[in-house]
Design a protein around this ligand. Structure first.
Ligand code: AMP
Length: 288
């Protein structure tokens, strides 16, 4: 496995790989790798000839300077982990190489970015689209792997790929969780032991909502989720939505939809966490 720092170097490597007919799988990350990231890498190593992982804490997608500066950076440890999952190249550029000048590009994703993460983190998806576009140009993958954990991000990248005709197949991979249900996230590293225990309440709120889906209207389910989290110390709900799984638009009622996305964002202390589950409504009815 090689660690590549320069954009010009990864370009050259990729060009040679493509000329020799290799199929390239790509997993973009911001590092501080955990089993969730590694599951995407294992899938890529299985499906493709070559796997490239990028590690880049992208400044343009942070709408909060403190969140950017406190984001965990563990490159040496990440490189050791990547050696164990069939990764061939780690692309770990510095910001100056990716952004030689201030990025002024503006994307618009219409209604998709008006809700949830788009609404609560202004500029976030513009930064995501900018960096993913740049990385796709540099790495030129045949397939790119993204986690369902960031469901709205997958939808944004899908629109980016269609909108700019990138020749990339997107693969959405399920969310890996701790045994108690907490979704793995690099930000979990910032939780105190006590907050770590409380953080599982996001997953529990999603399960509560799933159980209520066949029984209650959307407004009552939202109230139940808000009331549940209000009772938990240090946890501050930012949003809970019942949304269409592809458009991510909030649904006024779930009945008649084959599948819905339950999406949540909350602060646990100072740490902002997100999670979601997809619920097949027929199954939910049987369970209920
Ligand atoms: P990040 O480093 O947070 O930008 O994440 C890099 C990729 O890993 C994104 O496509 C995420 O959706 C994905 N990812 C993050 N957490 C998980 C998880 N718990 N399970 C599966 N994939 C994840």
């Amino acid at each position: 496995m090689e660690v590549i720092k320069q954009a010009s170097a990864i370009r050259e490597i990729v060009q040679e790989l493509r000329c020799s007919g290799k199929r390239i799988g790509f997993v973009p990350t911001m590092g501080a790798l955990h089993e969730g990231h590694l599951s995407l890498l294992r899938a890529s190593a299985q499906d493709n000839d070559i796997t490239i992982c990028s590690i880049f804490v992208n400044p343009t997608q942070f709408n909060n300077a403190e969140d950017y500066s406190l984001y965990p950076r563990t490159l040496a440890q990440d490189v050791e982990l990547l050696k164990t999952v069939g990764c061939d190249y780690v692309f770990a550029p510095v910001a100056q190489d990716i952004y030689p000048q201030q990025s002024l590009l503006q994307f618009s994703f219409g209604p998709l970015e008006a809700v949830m993460e788009g609404e609560h983190r202004p500029g976030h998806f513009n930064g995501v689209a900018t960096v993913v576009g740049k990385l796709f140009h540099l790495v030129q993958p045949h397939r790119a792997y993204f986690g369902q954990k960031d469901l709205q991000q997958v939808a944004i990248v899908k629109q980016l790929v269609l909108g700019l005709s990138f020749d990339v197949e997107l693969v959405r991979y399920p969310t890996l969780r701790e045994p108690d249900g907490l979704a793995l996230s690099s930000r979990n590293k910032r939780l105190s032991p006590e907050q770590r225990q409380l953080a599982v309440s996001l997953y529990k709120a999603l399960q509560l909502a799933k159980g209520l889906l066949p029984l209650k209207p959307v407004t009552s389910i939202k109230e139940a989720v808000a009331a549940y989290l209000q009772g938990i110390d240090q946890v501050q709900l930012e949003y809970f939505e019942i949304a269409h799984p592809d458009t991510l638009q909030p649904l006024a009622q779930a009945q008649g939809e084959p599948e819905v996305a339950l999406c949540i964002a909350a602060f646990v202390g100072e740490v902002r966490l997100i999670d979601n589950i997809l619920v097949n409504l027929n199954e939910a009815q049987i369970v209920a």
